[in-house]
Design a protein around this ligand. Sequence first.
Ligand SMILES: Cc1cc2nc3c(=O)[nH]c(=O)nc-3n(C[C@H](O)[C@H](O)[C@H](O)COP(=O)(O)OP(=O)(O)OC[C@H]3O[C@@H](n4cnc5c(N)ncnc54)[C@H](O)[C@@H]3O)c2cc1C
Length: 297
Amino acid sequence: MRWPVVLPHDFEDARERAQGLARRTSLGVGGRPRYLFEPETEEACREIVRACGAAGVPLLVLGGGYNLLVDDGEIEGAVIATRNLKYFRVHEDRVAVGAGNGFPDLVRKAIDLGIPGLPGCPGIPGSVGGVVFMNAGGRFGSVSDALIEVTGIDAEGNSFRRFVRDGDMGYRRSPFAGCLVTGATFRRDPALTSEAAAALFQRAMAWKRETQPLTARSAGCIFKNPDGPRSAGWFIEQSELKGRSVGGAMVSTQHANFIVNTGEATASDVHALIRLVQAEVKSRHGVELELEVQRWS
Ligand SMILES: Cc1cc2nc3c(=O)[nH]c(=O)nc-3n(C[C@H](O)[C@H](O)[C@H](O)COP(=O)(O)OP(=O)(O)OC[C@H]3O[C@@H](n4cnc5c(N)ncnc54)[C@H](O)[C@@H]3O)c2cc1C
């Protein structure tokens, strides 16, 4: 008889392993989930998704934890961390990468591999699965510029392979909600020289260093940019909120759309500051700021 991969004692191990997510997120706040799984194979992922589904336990996917705001206290459900899902395969016309691979490493390699868009994404921390889910990027390039195929597991625990079509990916949007992305394939462009890619990387990196607090504890941009020519950061700055703080959470003095943890912030401090910023921007400019950071409660 073949045992399923996820047995009751695996749930016990997963419960033991679960620690406060403050340690696993760049913002450094957040409580403990009921379970934490760190599978090493796609088959194990499938079994975990199915077992959690059968037990009625909600599943949350953790990549690098660079865009997460996790509530204080116990988090309902099981976390499946992707950091052990790693592979890197270079083909003549494409590169296939595991969800657990680090995105900054892929960005550096993209210079010599001629992957369009990615050399314009330095200074964006996270896992490959996380950047695909978020369609991370900025003014110099984004993940969707070269993404051609995604593999993953759907909410029922079935593996899928999806070719990315026009319109699938948008501003901080992908069609993979409710799924576990296990890998992604990016196209290579023989016309993209490493000199041109390196120049783009340097330009984008210089801009990031100048404008964003890259070494502070943050979750990147807290709010999505609203429609129109002005960014969320512009509205926050115009509302004179730079440096405003609640407890240990502060609106960055360098980039107004970043909230930084100055030391002992809790998730409730961050939430209170978010509400304050939203209310002030709404009353001064009539603009509703929507969260970009992903909230787990
Ligand atoms: C200093 C700093 C600078 C940043 N600059 C930028 C920037 O310029 N542009 C930008 O777009 N972002 C930026 N970010 C935000 C962050 O880098 C991106 O959102 C990135 O995509 C997060 O990836 P992650 O693996 O850490 O995802 P996580 O934070 O772990 O998760 C984010 C979301 O993705 C989901 N997810 C993660 N992995 C998977 C998976 N394998 N399958 C399905 N869902 C998954 C999670 O469930 C969650 O909803 C910045 C963050 C910091 C701290």
